[in-house]
Write a protein that binds this ligand. Sequence first.
Ligand SMILES: Cc1cc2nc3c(=O)[nH]c(=O)nc-3n(C[C@H](O)[C@H](O)[C@H](O)COP(=O)(O)OP(=O)(O)OC[C@H]3O[C@@H](n4cnc5c(N)ncnc54)[C@H](O)[C@@H]3O)c2cc1C
Length: 619
Amino acid sequence: MPKSKTVYEECDVLVVGGGMAGTGATFEARHWGRDLKIICVEKANIDRSGAVAQGLYAINCYMGMQWNENQPEDHVRYARNDLMGLVREDLGYDMARHVDSTVHMFDEWGLPMMKNKETGRYQREGKWQIMIHGESYKPIVAEAAKKSADKIYNRIMVTHLLMDETKENRVGGAVGFNMRTGDYHVFRSKTVIVAAGGASHIFKPRAVGEGMGRTWYAPWSNGSAYALPIAAGAKMTQMENRIVLCRFKDGYGPVGAYFLHLKTYTQNANGENYEKKWYNQTKELVGEYIDHHPTPTCLRNHAFVQEVMSGNGPIHMVTKEAFQDPHLETVGWENFLGMTVGQAVVWASQNIDPKYTNPELTTSEPYVMGSHATCSGAWVSGPEDISPPEYFWGYNRMTTVEGLFGAGDTVGGSAHKFSSGSFTEGRLAAKAAVKYIEEQKAKDLKVSDKQCEDFREVIYKPLDNYTIGRNEITGGTVSPSYISPIQGLQRLQKIMDEYVGGISVNYMTNENLLKKGLELLDWLTEDLENVGAEDYHQLMRAWELKHRTLTSQCVTEHTLFRKETRWPGYYYRGDYMKLDDENWHCLTVSRRDPKTGKFTMEKQPVYHIIDEKEKKQAS
Ligand SMILES: Cc1cc2nc3c(=O)[nH]c(=O)nc-3n(C[C@H](O)[C@H](O)[C@H](O)COP(=O)(O)OP(=O)(O)OC[C@H]3O[C@@H](n4cnc5c(N)ncnc54)[C@H](O)[C@@H]3O)c2cc1C
């Protein structure tokens, strides 16, 4: 146990993670809670943290209601279609009706927005996307959070939630440690908003060894957003809906601007349009969903994966035509310089000039997130005005643990929020958290010193494991008594890859594989009691691994439960290859019992609120 000090804080609103949703939550908590004590805790530094750390080139969710470009209902239909029918429409609608106001604030705060010279409106990249010069996006939203919070703590990894000891199933704060000083931090808080991003590196990545950090999703996002609520007994939803991305090979540079703005297109190695080749086969699997417009993201992946498996790869993006236009050529390169500079570096290193060579595309390893073309995450209450009883329990975006809220990637069921929608969801969660406090729902909270001390022991144990175990090192880093975080991570990735549908099996799994995967994950969990950390940075790695493992268990349980292939191209259940609307047009919900560690699964109804509302109005 280190001799570091313990730092205590008491507050009203504790925001865990200062990314897009966390900065939105911190900002909005101050708006409604003028006199409240608001703290934001971040694993990195909020100026450059989370998925937007490097900047973005487009805000992917903007309705444009002021110009009647789109309405929130349209966005719900869009997200529903892309997710093969299964979204929480109350959450999506609630986000969409508020997202424009968020974007207008970004504009006021100085985010450089591109404007259409003819109309004066924001420059559209696609129906939902608007273009920005977004290198400074994250520092700008961080500024708003810094001005709003009583205190921002950087470099602290939150590892556990504290629970109230007077009332069961009520949150009481969180604990973590500073990975630079090693100090132990205790935050007793009336409410907690978890906004800790998604999960990369739970499945074996395509880039291994020296290229291991090269993933599409932020490599530092480790599933705390899921592990924290799961460990506290909160219900989760759609965790099987992991996402696979089709991106430029090796650098994972974005393709959105290429498709939408540059009008580039894809073809196989023989120069053929391969997507239509797979139409009949896909129709056999998913029925009329293949006829929807736009084609759902997973189904486009499906055609890609099938084409490569049939021996016609690699797949290329045809850039040679668009790049003859100097303006489009500039946009193509700037697109990377503003958000994924690594792609430009990869092309330079491989001598690829997209003006003369069509670059290769690839499908990524799977990731878990709740804000993109996917909606894994916590099962939360919706807003009171539109949510049906099954979706509403008092406070918007509150999980099934009282006082524990979620936003952004943390929240399940509400896809296509992206950066602006995640910030907006943070705002919605914070507003509800303040209301929860004002309505005295956090009265008489008790978090004993013993609870905090017990967690302290648990958190620093990997340091002890190393200090004792290193005496037995037999050679190099090999010790009979502990495993290092990197060894544990590679073991996790291998299990998830081979048994739960990763890249090496072309995203294929089945009941036998999933059951075996769960067994291996149990043993890994047991062995992680012996993970060793030689310094505070490795201690962070150890806890990241534990959070990734718990997230993986939940993903596997969900994948086993849903007996159909709802999203071919994201993953396949080989034993149930067809989409089965009769039995599985529903949301899957899990809960892990914090005492036994066992998961229970249930189905929850999908309500198509938007069109039902309109049908009622028409009749
Ligand atoms: C590669 C990529 C490209 C994208 N492109 C676009 C785009 O072009 N346009 C667009 O609008 N959106 C885009 N998005 C989506 C957008 O980035 C996300 O929707 C958004 O960042 C989600 O917000 P969040 O707050 O949930 O997560 P994040 O913004 O990732 O924030 C999570 C924060 O939590 C912190 N954290 C994690 N664990 C802990 C812990 N245990 N303790 C304390 N802090 C912790 C992290 O350090 C991070 O700061 C993209 C996402 C990715 C991954």
